[in-house]
Design a protein around this ligand. Structure first.
Ligand code: ZN
Length: 378
């Protein structure tokens, strides 16, 4: 069981015609001290730019809680702002402040979510609301840190930290460092910037998270596979882990020992309105060599086998159909060895394996398949 190479791209002659330009092998795990030279970085960057420009749909930004927080354009914001009351417009669009004790949400003690009055993004929850005595609705944390952006406000002769909706930039209020535990922060809001949605009532569509789907892919060392999936437009999260084995919550060492039957896998949560399961699977076949059995290049062992682990029968049918299509079109010079089966339990890998390529700064040498997959009209 050797792990000589972290990110592999073993492309046969036939496959090279099908997909990517030739790519090199990155020896990240074998030699932890390898440093890239500036020229390496430059050429990798050039390659990356070449492959990520052009026909890709613009990349969306998602929060960890599953919301699309891609910044809205000025035109979109202006359109949304037309519905606002004069007071809500003054506060959110012109950085206004409502008088203390005058907002309708100061004393609201009901359970529920406080959403942006302009774009609907959930910003605060009754779970973090407290009575600050200031006369403005106060919270010790947002529902998701990515939903509220901050910037320095030097108006009125003092320096304060202004808070804004991360999606539509609406002015919300300010944050101060005199709040209660556990954060010690006081998010001071204008009621006019918020819409309260009581628990048990239906959230507006704009306040709902993305209706995401999940799929799992094993393509050798999960570091590089995870990174490439994270690059795909429409992918909300990609997480490294172990699947299809017999032991509950195995460690990396146990998986590498080859006794547990797990495959190094990547859990991909995606927005199906931007990228489909079929497109993810097409990209998967471009990013590794699916004809290798229990290995990817010099990484050998059953944990490096190729696999698509499906979360629904529909995914299973699509994956099988894609394998049959690639086989009939003779896209590979050898038989496809990819396991296609329903997903068993996904066991997340240890934290140091997550975002490994980002953490180490190593650039993946594997070509990015997404322009090819998403560029072609389907
Ligand atoms: Zn907003």
């Amino acid at each position: 069981m050797t792990r000589t190479h972290a990110i592999l791209c073993a492309i046969g002659t036939t496959l090279a015609l099908f997909i990517l330009p030739s790519c090199e092998v990155s020896d990240a795990r074998a030699d932890e001290t390898v440093k890239q030279t500036p020229s390496d970085s430059k050429s990798q960057q050039d390659t990356k730019e070449m492959t990520t420009k052009s026909t890709l749909p613009s990349k969306r930004t998602y929060s960890k809680s599953g919301f699309d927080i891609t910044p809205l354009s000025k035109t979109e914001i202006a359109e949304l702002a037309k519905k606002l009351s004069p007071e809500a417009f003054r506060v959110t669009q012109n950085s206004g402040t409502e008088p203390a004790f005058c907002g309708n949400l100061v004393d609201n003690k009901k359970q529920g979510e406080y959403c942006c009055v302009v774009c609907g993004l959930p910003l605060f929850s009754s779970d973090s609301k407290f009575n600050s005595g200031t006369g403005w609705p106060s919270f010790f944390s947002p529902v998701d840190p990515a939903h509220v952006s901050e910037k320095v406000d030097g108006a009125h002769g003092m320096e304060r930290t202004e808070i804004n909706c991360a999606r539509c930039t609406s002015h919300l209020g300010h944050v101060f460092e005199d709040g209660p535990a556990p954060t010690g922060l006081r998010y001071c809001l204008n009621s006019a910037a918020l819409v309260f949605v009581e628990k048990g009532t239906k959230m507006p569509a704009t306040s709902e998270p993305i209706k995401s789907e999940t799929a799992y892919f094993a393509g050798g060392c999960f570091w590089g596979v995870e990174h490439i999936f994270q690059e795909a437009p429409g992918v909300i999260t990609a997480e490294s882990g172990y699947m299809q084995g017999t032991k509950e919550n195995p460690t990396y060492e146990q998986v590498c020992g080859g006794e547990t039957g797990h495959a190094e896998s990547v859990k991909v949560v995606f927005d199906p309105t931007v990228i489909s399961f079929r497109q993810l699977a097409e990209g998967f076949f471009l990013m590794h060599d699916p004809t290798q059995v229990n290995r990817q290049g010099p990484d050998s062992g059953s944990q490096y086998r190729s696999g698509i682990y499906c979360s629904t029968p529909e995914q299973l049918a699509q994956a099988k159909d894609l394998v049959a299509k690639l086989t009939s079109e003779k896209k590979f010079s050898r038989p496809i060895a990819t396991q296609v089966e329903l997903a068993k339990k996904f066991c997340p890998a240890e934290e140091y394996h997550q975002d490994y390529v980002d953490k180490t700064g190593r650039v993946c040498h594997v070509g990015n398949p997404w322009p090819q997959v998403l560029g072609a009209a389907k």
